[in-house]
Design a protein around this ligand. Structure first.
Ligand code: KIV
Ligand code: ZN
Length: 387
């Protein structure tokens, strides 16, 4: 089966940094950018240079140091923004100017106070200006999923005429649903002149918890770049989580025949680095990188896992850089898992000893949420003195 390549555009340092409590200083951004380069993302969106001098310096430093991925900088479709973005990017090995303008009637009326025709001219001028500075230009139609579809066709046609190389269709407020988003991508592919010569990109927010599902629906409909963030951080409920997009494409290649260039084993490290830098811990049940993502507590599941990992694991923890599956011992655990943990601690218990230990263990697990090795050693020491 042929597998087409999906570009991973990481915006942890730009959209991700816009989430409350996630701002990073220059050193932290550089540290994270190095991790992203090691992770093998195709594009690092390093910041929004016109926003502040710190953002400008971070983009410039990342552009100087990270030579493998494309380095993108965000700017509104305004001359000052575009020029500032280029100034920050100019030393990059592979620079990309990412310019945007809102296209929904809601944003045009209440934020920009522009007519559709005026916005179209701003897009024309903005993309043209960016293209005069940089060969690689991405244009984003902010709030695309609440924009009129026929107007979007005009918007993207203008961006292509002026030389955009990537067209991004953001679901800025996390409003769309997978089927609808897939249809929008198909509509654009069918109607926008010249679209076959550019890359279609998707950028989904998670307000309804659908960011990853929407991104995958868009890929199935023809998008070839996915914008996402490590741990799914980002404005409000966040952006599509990089690790979920990458692993869905990897684990379900049979259903979604696409490949990314991401080094999967570096996923957990990138997740931990970000959590450490921002101080924002990953929720325990977060897919792929949460503490419980490869933990099994119930006796039935643990027994299954001890017989064969494929019973309750659709990917191995090692495949994303997590050291090993953990069988968490708690009140739902069974004898098999307990015997195994005792064995790992150096105690091969016979049947009667295991029965006794299990009784003590269940009593203890009614009082404690999780049983640790020290608890088991205490059971051996105090409860099974004849061992
Ligand atoms: O969510 C959004 O629309 C954005 C754009 C600026 C790409 O972040
Ligand atoms: Zn966004």
């Amino acid at each position: 089966m042929g597998t087409e390549r999906i570009a991973i555009f990481d915006t942890t340092l730009r959209d991700g940094e816009q989430s409350p409590g996630c701002s990073m200083n220059l050193d932290e951004k550089l540290q994270m950018a190095r991790q992203l380069e090691a992770l093998g993302v195709d594009v690092i969106e390093a910041g929004f240079p016109v926003a502040s001098d710190d953002d400008f310096s971070a983009v410039q430093a990342i552009a100087r140091e990270c030579r493998k991925p494309v380095i993108a900088a965000l700017c509104r479709a305004l001359p000052r923004d575009i020029d500032r973005a280029w100034e920050a990017l100019r030393e990059a090995a592979r620079p990309r100017i990412h310019t945007f303008l809102a296209t929904s009637d809601i944003h045009l009326a209440h934020k920009l106070q522009k007519t559709r025709a005026e916005a179209l001219e701003m897009i024309r001028d903005g993309v043209r200006r960016a293209k005069a500075l940089c060969a690689d230009v991405e244009f984003s139609a902010e709030d695309a999923t609440r924009s009129d579809w026929d107007y979007l066709v005009q918007v993207f046609a203008v961006a292509i005429e002026e030389g955009a190389t990537v067209l991004n269709v953001p679901d800025t407020v996390g409003y769309t649903v997978p089927d609808e988003y897939g249809k929008l991508i198909s509509h654009l592919r069918a109607r926008v002149p010249g679209i076959e010569g550019v890359t279609i990109s998707v950028h989904c927010h998670n307000d309804l918890g659908l960011a990853v599902a929407n991104s995958l629906a868009a890929v199935a409909a023809g998008a070839r770049q996915v914008e996402c963030t490590v741990n799914g951080i980002g404005e409000r409920a966040g952006n599509a989580a990089l690790e979920e997009v990458v692993m869905a494409l990897s684990v379900r290649r049979d259903a979604l025949p696409f490949a990314t260039g991401v080094n999967q084993e570096a996923i957990y490290r990138a997740s931990q680095t970000l959590a450490h830098i921002t101080g924002i811990e990953v929720q325990p049940n977060k897919a792929i990188v949460g503490r419980n993502a490869f933990a099994h507590e119930s006796g039935i599941h643990q027994h299954g896992m001890l017989s064969h990992r494929s019973t309750y694991e659709i990917m191995t923890p090692e495949s994303v850089g997590v050291r090993r599956t953990s069988l968490v011992l708690g009140k739902h655990s069974g004898r098999h898992a307990l015997a195994k943990r005792f064995e790992e601690l150096g105690y091969a218990l016979g049947r009667t000893e295991l029965d006794k230990a299990y009784k003590l263990f269940t009593k203890l697990s009614d009082q404690k949420k999780e049983i640790f090795d020290e608890d088991l050693l205490a059971i051996v020491r105090d409860g099974l003195t004849h061992i």
